[in-house]
Design a binder for this molecule. Structure first.
Ligand SMILES: *[C@@H]1O[C@H](CO)[C@@H](O)[C@H](O)[C@H]1NC(C)=O
Ligand SMILES: *[C@@H]1O[C@H](CO)[C@@H](O)[C@H](O)[C@H]1NC(C)=O
Length: 179
C-alpha cells in the first residue's frame, strides 16, 4: 500500500468519525419541548402551543419555552377579547357578561404583556396566576348572569389552559415546584 492511499484512508476515516461525533451531538428537534410537555398535566395542549412557534424546535432553555407560551397566550387571548368586543347582539345575560369579561380580559392581557419584565423571577408565575384569577372572575360573572352555556365558558376554558401552561413553565423556569 502506498503511503498516499494510506493517508487517503486515514483522511476518510477521520471525516467519518467527525460526522458520527457531530451527529451524536446534534440536538434532536423538539427534544426540550417533548421532555418538558411530558412533565406537565396538559401535554397535548403544551405540544400544540409550543410547536406552533419555530423558536421551540431547537430551544435549549425553559426561558425560551416560557416566552413562547406567554407570547402565544397573549395573541390568543387578545383575539378572544377582540371577538368579545365585536359581539353586539345576543341575549341580555350574554351582553351583560361580555361587558364585565372584556374588562377582565384587558387585565389578563396587560398582566401577560408585563409578566416577563419582572426582575424577580418568582413574580412571573404569580402574575400569570393573577391573570387566571381574572378569567375565573369573568366566568363567575357569566355563571351568575345565566350565560354559562355560551361561548364565554368555552373561551374561558381555552384562556385558562394558556394561563396554566404559562404558569407551569414559569415555575419550572424559576426552579419552583407548582403551587
Ligand atoms: C385560541 O387557541 C385555541 C386553541 O389553541 C383555538 O382553538 C382558538 O381558535 C384560538 N382562538 C383565537 C380567537 O384565535
Ligand atoms: C370548561 O371547563 C370546566 C372545568 O374544567 C368543565 O367542567 C366544562 O365542561 C368546560 N366547558 C366547556 C364548554 O368547555
Amino acid at each position: 500500500m502506498s503511503s498516499l492511499s494510506l493517508s487517503k484512508i486515514v483522511f476518510v476515516l477521520s471525516v467519518v468519525s467527525v460526522m458520527v461525533t457531530s451527529s451524536a451531538a446534534a440536538p434532536k428537534p423538539y427534544e426540550l419541548v417533548d421532555n418538558i410537555c411530558r412533565q406537565l398535566g396538559n401535554e397535548q395542549f403544551c405540544l400544540n402551543v409550543l410547536k406552533s412557534d419555530p423558536r421551540s424546535k431547537y430551544a435549549k432553555d425553559i426561558t425560551t419555552l416560557t416566552t413562547i407560551a406567554v407570547d402565544m397566550a397573549t395573541k390568543n387571548i387578545s383575539a378572544t377579547r377582540d371577538y368579545f368586543v365585536s359581539v353586539k347582539n345576543g341575549p341580555p345575560a350574554l351582553l351583560k357578561s361580555l361587558e364585565g369579561c372584556i374588562g377582565s380580559y384587558n387585565t389578563v392581557i396587560s398582566e401577560l404583556m408585563n409578566c416577563l419584565k419582572e426582575e424577580d423571577c418568582s413574580l412571573i408565575s404569580y402574575d400569570i396566576h393573577d391573570a387566571g384569577d381574572e378569567v375565573k372572575r369573568c366566568q363567575a360573572m357569566a355563571d351568575s348572569n345565566g350565560a354559562h352555556d355560551s361561548f364565554i365558558t368555552t373561551s374561558n376554558n381555552v384562556t385558562l389552559d394558556y394561563c396554566g401552561l404559562g404558569e407551569s413553565l414559569a415555575n419550572l423556569m424559576c426552579n419552583k415546584n407548582g403551587d
